[in-house]
Design a protein around this ligand. Structure first.
Ligand SMILES: [Zn+2]
Length: 105
């Protein structure tokens, strides 16, 4: 029998993350203060090889090679945190959990 809790979906609505955390730095090999920011994907370069190849594939009659998704099942997003060591400047990413809203406080 499936348990009652097995049917519940765990959705984290809001998480407050401090702007500065003290955590392990692999370069300093010690716990140091880290500045916390939210990772965002960079701007796509239109002249990159992959972008040009994709544009070439899409060109002409019947150019769309895969179905475009219009409806999305997920309402949450995995947010990635960017940690920057305040002592040596080493930057690393920390994968987040699924959540609706993330606030840096
Ligand atoms: Zn460091």
């Amino acid at each position: 029998m499936r348990s009652f809790y097995g049917k519940l979906k765990l959705v984290v609505n809001k998480v407050n993350v401090p702007k500065e955390v003290k955590t392990y730095c692999p370069k300093c090999k010690d716990h140091e203060a880290h500045a916390v920011t939210l990772y965002k994907a960079g701007k796509r370069r239109a002249l990159a090889v992959g972008e040009r190849a994709h544009a070439r594939e899409k060109k002409g009659y019947g150019g769309q090679k895969y179905a475009l998704q219009h409806e999305f099942a997920k309402t949450t997003k995995k947010q990635t945190l960017r940690l920057k060591c305040k002592k040596c400047g080493y930057m690393r990413h920390k994968d987040g959990i699924r959540l609706r809203k993330l606030a840096l406080v």
